[in-house]
Design a protein around this ligand. Structure first.
Ligand code: SF4
Length: 266
């Protein structure tokens, strides 16, 4: 997987220091007109993501997959389901089916048997078969590396497309899931009313060198520390910087790098 950082999303030209070309270290870059403002300065945002980087130098998604196609299927199945639950079902499935042609040959009924422990499995099975048929008919059996093309596939929305182009093709995107949406609003990093707003703010304020991994850092922070019901602020490495009214601790936890990350459910 190659990490291509195009830098456009991170902005820069308008806020860069003319002499050094570096982003100004004062207030965070201004969001587009009409978007709510990030509560953190650029220096604070750099500090937050530097710490996430030290904690998880090589973050990765937690959905089991073997290639872009199985990733696409796994992300499609993960809507309103846990990664652990999806992994348990897809491991045996992907051992025998790793291409759209094989999925179509398997058929909807047998696919349902593999994924029946996942919520909304009937509808998801239908979509997986349809998207596999479309991949064969329109894309030569290959998963396109373009977000707009991906969203033409049945059951594939912007979030799924963002995850796929990021993880399978190394394009820096922010796929706003429930964790990222919550953190963006809870701590004021990206206080948007919709996932699209949160995505737009994050893409503007996160420095480009952090943008590629930012999606996973934020998800993992939300999943394991800044949890929905009760954030574990005493274990949080950004507790001193956090501007959330919900935080219960002002002292940052020490950073102990996490190298290996076993996939949940496997
Ligand atoms: S201090 Fe608490 S609320 Fe703030 S980011 Fe950390 S876990 Fe979340």
């Amino acid at each position: 997987m190659t990490a291509k950082a195009d830098g456009k999303a991170a902005g820069g030209s308008k806020t860069a220091n003319k002499k050094t070309g570096k982003p100004k270290s004062g207030a965070a870059r201004k969001p587009s007109k009409g978007l709510p403002r990030c509560k953190y300065s650029q220096a604070e945002i750099r500090q937050i993501f530097s710490r996430f980087q030290k904690l998880r130098p090589e973050p990765r998604g937690e959905l089991y997959h073997t290639n872009p196609y199985t990733l696409l299927v796994a992300v499609t199945l993960s809507a309103q389901a846990t990664d652990a639950g999806v992994n348990k079902a897809t491991k045996p499935l992907f051992d025998v089916v790793d291409a759209p042609e094989k999925m179509v040959a398997l058929g909807e009924e047998k696919l349902r048997d593999y994924i029946k422990t996942i919520g909304l499995y009937r509808n998801k099975a239908k979509n997986v078969i349809k998207l596999s048929e479309k991949l064969i008919s329109d894309f030569n059996g290959k998963v396109p590396d373009d977000r707009d093309l991906l969203t033409t596939l049945p059951g594939v929305g912007r979030k799924t497309a963002n995850v796929v182009v990021s993880m399978a093709f190394g394009q820096p995107t922010i796929a706003v899931d429930t964790h990222i949406f919550r953190i963006g609003n809870r701590i004021g990093l990206a206080p948007g009313k919709t996932p699209d707003e949160v995505e737009a703010i994050l893409e503007r304020v996160i420095p480009k060198e952090f943008l590629y991994h930012a999606h996973h850092w934020l998800i993992l922070h939300g999943r394991y520390t800044c949890k929905a019901r009760k954030p574990e602020c005493e274990h949080c490495i950004i507790a001193d910087l956090c501007k959330s009214k919900e935080k219960t601790c002002d002292v940052a936890a020490p950073i102990v790098p996490i190298k290996e990350q076993p996939l949940p459910g496997l």
